[in-house]
Design a protein around this ligand. Structure first.
Ligand SMILES: [Mn+2]
Length: 391
């Protein structure tokens, strides 16, 4: 018995870009590749561990591409089973988008609002599934204590959650609390990077998302898992995806020379889709003057030449913090000295005074020290520093 395990396809998303049709197509194209892999590998079923759609109210385009790909599975007699993640679960009582797929006949939804136990009839036999959709940690911990196990010879656990063992402070539950001993495979979703472990002899797997949605989810290789349940030992094989778009980060770029050197090493124009390029500016001052403008001009040229799809220039503090959502943090509004001082200091009198000093003073360093002492805010300081240098 073979399963293809995938999760976090986020159909309908164009992240990390906003309203980019090309980027949106990436998500559909790589999901279609997943479907092709399922057909080539002749799996019995595809199991999807949540965040199938990016949104509880998907655009007709997302439905269109989803149904189109899923129909290919159905005509190859491959079942598609899915549970809800936080992205495809409506906040209020409404028809979940996954239910539409079920109604059309291209998917079977195993869990949306609460956990459920199923016995699936697959081509090569019966398979028990305990399905746990996304919820708050307290709720999931409550559920897990009363989880019903399916009555089948072999069962798997499907869940959309973060296990404590990943080391995030915001995880849902630990593997020991999950009590995985009754299962031959633990299929997980929510984490956008590949992770797999053997816990008490049982494979615990996050295949990761087929596309990276944020820069810190980037990876040169992305996968789906092919899970073989035929023998006593569960065997997990990884199949590489090829139709995803890479995201690349050039770190600590301090000047234009740094930038061109890093760019040459990238070998743009090779096979695969043109990447989304992030350039993290280093801490040296010269980056923020002429060099920054030259770097941006060159980046715009690369977009025109279709060597990259899009670029983002990010300040060092953003790239340094691994899990910051760059999409939210990067603000395209022009960063003016006035805005920074007013927004961050939040006291118009102090702001006005400071702006006056900054305009006239030769002693920028003395002012910086004052701000540092007064606020202790390193980020504010580095922002101000850049702006003062720019002037
Ligand atoms: Mn997700």
């Amino acid at each position: 018995m073979l399963l293809l395990h995938v999760s976090d396809t986020h159909l309908g998303s164009s992240k990390p870009l906003q309203a980019s049709r090309t980027r949106e197509m990436d998500f559909y194209e790589v999901f279609d590749e997943v479907v092709d892999i399922a057909k080539n590998e002749r799996v019995d079923a595809v199991i999807h561990c949540g965040d199938f759609f990016d949104n509880p109210d998907p655009h007709p385009r997302a439905y269109y591409h989803a149904v189109r790909s899923l129909k290919k599975l159905a005509s190859a007699d491959i079942q598609f089973y899915v549970i809800a993640g936080q992205h495809d679960k409506p906040k209020r009582a409404d028809i979940p988008p996954l239910k539409v797929l079920e109604e059309v006949g291209v998917a079977r939804v195993l869990a949306i609002a609460r956990p459920a136990a199923h016995v699936l009839k697959l081509r090569s036999g019966e398979l028990g599934v305990t399905a746990v959709p996304h919820e708050k940690p307290e709720e999931i911990q409550k559920w897990v204590r009363e989880l019903k196990k399916p009555e089948a010879n072999k069962s798997i656990l499907m869940a959309h959650l973060l296990v404590k063992e990943l080391g995030f402070p915001w995880s849902h539950i630990s593997l020991s609390e999950l009590d995985v001993s009754d299962y031959v495979y633990v299929a997980l979703g929510d984490l956008h990077r590949r992770y797999s472990d053997i816990y008490r002899g049982i494979p615990v797997v996050y295949p990761g998302s087929p596309e990276a949605l944020k820069i810190d989810e980037r990876s040169d290789e992305r996968f789906v898992a092919i899970v073989d349940l035929s023998s006593r030992e569960t065997v997990v094989n990884w199949v590489k995806l090829s139709r995803f778009r890479k995201m690349t980060l050039l770190e600590n770029v301090r000047n234009f020379d740094d930038f061109t050197r890093a760019l040459t090493a990238l070998n743009l124009g090779g096979s695969g889709k043109p990447p989304i390029l992030y350039v993290e500016l280093g801490k040296l001052r010269d980056t923020y003057s002429i060099d920054e403008r030259r770097i941006k001009a060159r980046l715009a040229e690369l977009v025109r030449q279709k060597l990259i799809l899009e670029y983002r220039v990010v300040p060092p503090e953003i790239a340094e913090v691994g899990r910051v959502d760059v999409d939210v943090e990067v603000d395209d509004r022009p960063l003016t000295l006035d805005r920074v001082v007013r927004e961050v200091l939040k006291d118009s009198e102090v702001a006005e005074f400071l702006l006056k000093i900054l305009e006239s003073s030769e002693e920028v360093d003395a002012v910086k020290n004052l701000i540092h002492k007064a606020t202790g805010d390193e980020k504010l300081l580095s922002k101000l520093e850049k702006l003062v240098v720019r002037k």
